[in-house]
Design a protein around this ligand. Structure first.
Ligand SMILES: NC(=O)c1ccc[n+]([C@@H]2O[C@H](COP(=O)([O-])OP(=O)(O)OC[C@H]3O[C@@H](n4cnc5c(N)ncnc54)[C@H](O)[C@@H]3O)[C@@H](O)[C@H]2O)c1
Ligand SMILES: [Zn+2]
Ligand SMILES: [Zn+2]
Length: 370
């Protein structure tokens, strides 16, 4: 069986951090697809791994937000052309559990993605020293190539640029989906978004698209708040403002219909119910450290009929929602290209993923042509 050798971002432990390493992947079998990556975005979920907040007891190839071209397919794939541009879906569903049958792949209980392996439970990647390396979420997109199951790739037209296609693969679908699918925001409803990174800005774009008003952005970074205004925020506040809750209540006449947490820190998640009005919904999109706990006062939640909603992948069906979002971008309704302010070579990734914590500028994308 032939193999392909290429550069990838390998992660072993938080002390060593991510490093560029040459790895090898076998050729695709069965329903597998080998993708030649064109672009992969830097998402805070990878930073959680790099900071040791989501520990694994094996090595992984990082990255889960990506796009590329089909390089080769296994013998059981007959609906993809070599050279076709595809967006990577980091939650490839099993296709046969009750949730998948119900058309809700984001709820799949049997996906192999969360174990960072292919559906057969194995990894196709080999490191030079022969020690097991798994692809993050079964896709490991921060690499020149990635072998994944057919369910993890969604074709997209060539008119959608590779960098935009890449960020549709996580931040954008998560954020826009949180608004349209999870919360189902209606025109004229108010919303506050806490955390204006790639996911938060995508929530803001989704809110503008849905006709929400007012749209309040909250962050600690002035860079990010300025960008939030461009994407549709009608008011911005600093997250460390001691009067934040009061100001949001004033602006929204008693609290927002929806509050979105796009950070996942226990302190921001815990405050979310305080930002919404009676009957409102707090939508938690940001991911915490694996062992984080958040205390809530249940009395005001019950008495005010408030709701707390979790949101995996924007409650999206990638096969349907990736092309839909790409179409909205091409129609000028989602300015996704403006979310990207830097293209970096793979070699800059180790420094740039740590820099993400400083919340400067917008989203960075690895460009494999650099
Ligand atoms: N639910 C999902 O399916 C899903 C998908 C993708 C990402 N995520 C998660 O979403 C979160 C955001 O990802 P991202 O890539 O947008 O991250 P990011 O680092 O780009 O953005 C986070 C933002 O939060 C701001 N922030 C931090 N602490 C704050 C505080 N106390 N008050 C106000 N603002 C504060 C930062 O300044 C930054 O702008 C991460 O936890 C990530 O793991 C979840
Ligand atoms: Zn992500
Ligand atoms: Zn399933």
């Amino acid at each position: 069986m032939s193999t392909t050798s290429y550069s990838a971002i390998l992660f072993d432990d938080a002390e060593t951090g991510p490093v560029v390493t040459e790895v090898t992947v076998r050729e695709p079998a069965g329903r597998e697809v080998l993708v030649r990556m064109e672009a992969s975005g830097l998402c805070h979920s990878d930073l959680h791994v790099v900071l040791g907040e989501w520990p694994f007891d094996y090595r992984i190839v990082l990255g889960h937000e990506g796009a590329g071209r089909v390089e080769a397919v296994g013998p059981d794939v007959d609906d993809l052309a070599v050279g076709q541009r595809v967006i990577v879906n980091w939650y490839a569903s099993c296709g046969s559990c009750r949730e998948c049958d119900a058309g809700k792949p984001y709820l799949c209980v049997s996906t192999s993605a969360i174990d960072n392996v292919l559906p057969d439970g194995t990894t196709p990647i080999t490191a030079p020293d022969g020690i097991e390396v798994r692809p993050l979420l079964g896709v490991g997109t921060h690499a020149e190539y990635s072998l994944m199951t057919r369910e993890a790739v969604v074709p997209v037209p060539d008119e959608v640029p590779a960098d935009v296609a890449a960020i549709i693969g996580c931040a954008v679908t998560t954020g826009v989906g949180a608004v349209l699918n999870t919360a189902q925001v209606q025109a004229g409803q108010s919303a506050v978004v806490v955390g204006a990174g790639g996911v938060g800005q995508s929530i803001i774009m989704g809110l503008k698209l849905a006709g929400a008003h007012p749209i309040v952005a909250v962050d600690l970074s002035d860079d990010r708040l300025e960008a939030a205004r461009e994407f549709g925020a009608t008011a911005v506040f600093r997250g460390d403002d001691p009067e934040l809750n009061l100001k949001v209540a004033e602006l929204t006449e008693g609290g927002a219909d929806f509050a979105f947490d796009a950070i996942g820190h226990p302190s921001t998640s815990a405050n979310l119910p305080n930002l919404i009005r009676n009957g409102g919904a707090a939508v938690i999109v940001g991911m915490p450290a694996r062992d984080a706990e958040v205390p809530f006062l249940t009395w005001p939640l019950v008495a005010a009929n408030k709701r707390i909603l979790g949101c995996n992948y924007g409650s999206s069906n990638p096969a349907v929602d990736f092309p839909k979002i790409a179409g909205l971008y091409l129609a000028g309704k989602l300015p996704l290209d403006r979310l990207i302010d830097g293209h970096i070579p793979l070699g800059d990734y180790p420094a740039e993923i740590r820099a993400l914590a400083q919340a400067k500028g917008r989203k960075k994308v690895v460009d494999y042509s650099l």
